[in-house]
Ligand binder design. Structure first.
Ligand code: FES
Length: 126
């Protein structure tokens, strides 16, 4: 499946919100590119984090086992089911937050990575 990604910090520094309908259009218009905005493909049996690393991207992680939230991403479009066991509170899961080290999209998707800087997750990391 194809994943279009955007870096949370680049988004936040421009005053854009996860809930902006035209978030990815704005990213394309700004020609951010590089590590900030782009796309890649996720193979079967690969996690989203592994797929990003295969492309040479250094996305944040720590435990690689669903126990720390450093690798959190936000699904903006598409489906990304979580395995049964992970540390994310239901409230964040319901807001589309997922852990890239233990899951991958099952449909083409748009995701914001680096959301460990989202206040609700930052609090969780402390
Ligand atoms: Fe720790 Fe993914 S790296 S939850």
């Amino acid at each position: 499946v194809k994943v279009e990604f955007l870096d949370y910090e680049a988004m936040e520094s421009r005053g854009w919100q996860l809930t902006d309908d035209d978030l990815f259009e704005k990213a394309a218009d700004d020609e951010l590119g590089g590590e900030t905005h782009g796309y890649f493909y996720v193979e079967e049996n690969e996690t989203l984090l592994e797929a990003a690393e295969d492309e040479g991207y250094a996305w944040p992680f720590a435990c690689r086992g669903g126990a720390c939230t450093n690798c959190a991403v936000a699904i903006v479009d598409g489906e990304m089911p979580s395995p049964a066991s992970h540390i994310l509170p239901k409230e964040l899961h319901d807001r589309g937050i997922r852990l890239s080290c233990i899951a991958a999209p099952t449909t083409d998707a748009r995701i914001v990575y680096n959301v460990k800087h989202l206040p609700a997750i930052r609090d969780l990391l402390l």
